[in-house]
Design a protein around this ligand. Structure first.
Ligand code: KG4
Ligand code: ZN
Length: 345
């Protein structure tokens, strides 16, 4: 069976072909056309501009993903959450193709896609027998979401907690902008943080000691703003400070994410901890989580996707789609609409 995945929830136009044969997965193609450079000049994603670009590249991206394959057996498309104008391009394309080809069309939640990215392995390689040990605690950290979810089985989700204000990725992007770094801010901060001293400028760790699983990152962003403003006012701000603030900021975000995830995993007696979303591309976060899990939850299995599968892609949508498909729901009968605020749990 061949599943065509389509993803256009934000500023990546993506299509991927996932082949499933006797329980083995093969990622035949994984095409991502990113608009990052286009939006960089605005310092963030402009929905109207994103939609126009999706329209331009959607069909060429799908054609490239299909290669010599004339018709897939099923389509899985991101139906939400995301920017409505962006979502609609992928959905309308998927609906048209599914109608023409007379094949099922599966709506996939974007966050669920980030979870199932954990089952993917490198392009053109066979994935090992993909399994998730339940119950699993999932940490989702992206530009729009910061959530801890309890997953008790395929399709069984319970929200443990989420951010009350900014998402962690959004906070990376805003801090980067305050520090005069480009968009997206995550990779820029991560690069500078590598050579910085995280102890030079102490920053707050919001809500790190609360017993819930909620987050708050806007105070951290404000702390960076005041610090940079003060240093600039005193005419002290230099490159070494920029580098050290990056290290300190990144360390603060990681401390909070790791502490809350470990607490949630302990409390729920999780057998595995899965991570997903663009911020998981942060190597320091993955390393710290690995150390903490080894020390505090040695029996739990930690999983995070390869870097290329952390940020938005359609392979993860195809993979999540497969786990819906095997439930044998009748997708032909389903009316598929964009759901910009679709909550997974
Ligand atoms: O999942 P994603 O590609 O898109 C959304 O669904 O939001 O996540 C994008 C976010 C951006 O905020 C970006 O700054 C962040 O992921 N990001 C990173 C890194 N790479 C991307 N944050 C921290 N460290 C990174 N290496
Ligand atoms: Zn995403």
């Amino acid at each position: 069976m061949r599943i065509l995945g389509i993803e256009t929830s934000c500023d990546e136009t993506a299509a991927a072909l996932l082949e499933v044969k006797r329980g083995q997965f093969k990622l035949v193609s994984n095409i991502v056309a990113t608009q990052v450079k286009i939006h960089a000049r605005y310092g963030g994603v402009v929905p109207e501009v994103a939609a126009r670009n999706h329209i331009e590249v959607m069909i060429p991206v799908i054609k490239k993903a299909l290669g010599t394959i004339k018709k897939p057996d099923v389509i899985a498309v991101t139906a939400g959450p995301g920017l409505i104008t962006s979502l609609l391009i992928g959905i309308q394309t998927a609906r048209t193709l599914a109608y023409l080809w007379d094949i099922p069309l599966i709506p996939v939640n974007h966050i669920e896609g980030h979870i199932y990215a954990n089952l993917l392995s490198g392009t053109f390689h066979m994935a090992a027998s993909a399994t998730i040990q339940f119950p699993a605690v999932i940490l989702i950290v992206s530009g729009g979401h910061t959530e801890l979810i309890l997953m008790k089985g395929h399709g069984k989700y319970r929200l443990l907690g989420a951010t009350r204000d900014d998402a962690a990725g959004e906070c990376f992007d805003k801090a980067a902008s305050l520090l005069g770094l480009g968009y997206p801010g995550g990779p820029a901060i991560a690069k500078l943080a590598e050579k910085g001293d995280a102890s030079r400028f102490p920053l707050p760790r919001p809500m790190i000691n609360t017993s819930d699983y909620e987050f708050s990152f806007s105070g951290l962003k404000t702390a960076v703003r005041y610090l940079v403003e003060k240093l600039k006012k005193d005419k002290q701000f230099d490159e070494s400070m920029r580098v050290d603030i990056c290290a300190s900021f990144q360390c603060a975000v990681i401390d909070v994410l790791v502490a809350k995830t470990i607490r949630a995993a302990k409390k729920t007696k999780a057998k595995s901890i899965l991570m997903g979303g663009g911020v998981i591309a942060n190597v320091a976060l993955c390393e710290r989580m690995k150390d903490s899990v080894t020390q505090e939850l040695p029996m739990a299995q930690l999983s995070y996707p390869e870097r290329s599968f952390c940020t938005d892609n359609a392979a993860m949508i195809a993979m999540a789609g497969y786990f819906h498909l095997i439930k044998k729901e009748d997708y032909r009968a389903k009316h598929l609409d964009a759901r910009p605020g679709w909550e997974l749990a």
